[in-house]
Ligand binder design. Structure first.
Ligand code: F0G
Length: 403
């Protein structure tokens, strides 16, 4: 296995401490050869419960004694018959990433990323975040006894995520700017201080943990679905899941790679715009805005990778309004009992839109990735719900209300 530049294909040894290509500045990828994949699987056959570390044969770790884990992964793939019937589709599943230890898919990337931080001998880790990355990094850093710096857009991080980041003991900097600015800042900080290990998704190892979402979907369905819907923010996750499918394809576990559908919020849709215009580049959105604060991102660092995953898998990109996100969030909650945060509901909102336009047909097997738990953003959930009816406690007050 080695690091390879996504654009110019320049190669670096896997032990190299680098985030971008020294030649062209693009993102780095971890690549296994077919021979390595097969050999590793012989040494560590897939066994044990569904978890990130079930796939150790396919993960780029050099020293397994360093693994930092909270038993992440193995999230339920929930068959949603009521929601499917309501939407008029035959088979719909929600991959509920809210069931991870800190309540989002980020834990899959952080178990690997923090393990790599220890391999590199780091004592400090850092990230910029819309909230979930920081909650997850703070937890794994605490477990690994690493100092953790976090840069957040002030006033734009949901309460649950901020709560987690603080209680896990991270040093939090709230910056007067959006996520894109916070990311620029932390990149600068880590460049100036190479002792600080950067754990945003430009880190080549994090998506390697997240690719296990793809592996698990295949194992849970005993094959490939037709389509996988993924909300896009910084755009690493859709790429990572796609990568998981391509590797399972290479080792003969699946015959077909599902089509990847990337969903953004209308106020933050640089990749959807690029996809629809047929561009192989994208123009950043200046002042991104959406109720789904997790994906309130105008200049996604992994945007090019997302375009690649979508096009290669014959997928699509679509944008949804805040109103559509809220409606989908309520449907998922009230028809299926699955509580997700707004960014996660974007995947189902996208499905609703593409079913209506006829671009997805009713007989397709669809998986929507629900990336984060509803308790991440309790204020939003309360604001879109019917408020409690206040009563003084006399049973007569309930007349007509409780039948
Ligand atoms: N859904 C949730 C709940 C997220 O927190 C994020 C990203 C995404 C979807 C989008 O994933 O960035 O890989 O395209 N949250 C990051 C954070 C930006 O800082 O927590 P992506």
């Amino acid at each position: 296995m080695e690091l390879q530049c996504f654009q110019c294909k320049h190669k670096l040894p896997i032990q190299a401490l680098a985030y971008t290509c020294p030649k062209c500045g693009s993102l780095l990828e971890v690549e296994f050869s077919d021979k390595e994949l097969k050999r590793n699987l012989k040494c560590y056959p897939l066994s044990g419960p569904l978890r990130v570390w079930r796939y150790r044969a396919l993960l780029p770790v050099l020293d397994f004694s360093k693994v930092v884990s909270l038993d992440e992964g193995g999230t339920p793939l929930i068959r949603c018959d009521r929601l499917a019937r309501y939407l008029g589709i035959e088979e719909l599943f929600i991959k509920f990433e809210g069931a991870n230890p800190t309540g989002s898919f980020k834990d899959r990337g952080m178990t690997l990323g923090v393990t790599k931080a220890l391999e590199f001998g780091a004592k400090i880790v850092a990230c910029a975040s819309t909230g979930n990355t920081s909650a997850s990094l703070a937890a794994y850093a605490a477990r690994a006894n690493l100092k953790c710096y976090v840069f957040l857009p002030k006033g734009k991080v949901a309460l649950g995520k901020l709560t987690q980041t603080l209680i896990f003991g991270a040093q939090v900097f709230a910056i007067k700017g959006n996520f894109d600015r916070a990311l620029e800042l932390v990149r600068e900080v880590c460049e100036k201080n190479p002792r600080i290990y950067l754990l945003n998704s430009i880190n080549p190892f994090r998506p390697q943990g997240q690719k296990t979402i793809g592996y698990e979907i295949v194992e849970q369905l005993n094959g490939s679905p037709d389509r996988v819907f993924v909300p896009m923010g910084n755009c690493a996750n859709i790429w990572a899941i796609y990568k998981g499918f391509t590797e399972f394809h290479r080792i003969g576990k699946i015959k077909k790679i599902p089509s990847m559908i990337g969903i953004q919020a209308k106020g933050a849709m640089p990749i959807v715009r690029a996809f629809k215009r047929g561009w192989d580049y994208f123009e950043p959105v200046e002042n991104p805005e959406t109720i789904a604060t997790a994906i309130r991102i105008g200049n996604p660092v992994n945007g090019i990778k997302a375009l690649h995953a979508i096009r290669r898998s014959k997928g699509m990109a679509e944008a949804v309004s805040d109103k559509e996100i809220v409606r989908a969030q309520k449907l998922i909650a009230q028809l299926e009992g699955i509580g997700v945060e707004p960014a996660s509901a974007a995947s189902v909102a996208g499905l609703i839109k593409l079913l209506r336009s006829g671009e997805v047909s009713k007989d397709e097997k669809v998986v929507c990735v629900a990336t984060g738990h509803t308790l991440k953003d309790p204020e939003e959930a309360i604001s879109i719900s019917e408020p409690p009816k206040v009563i003084s406690g006399d049973v007569r007050e309930l007349k007509g209300l409780v039948r």
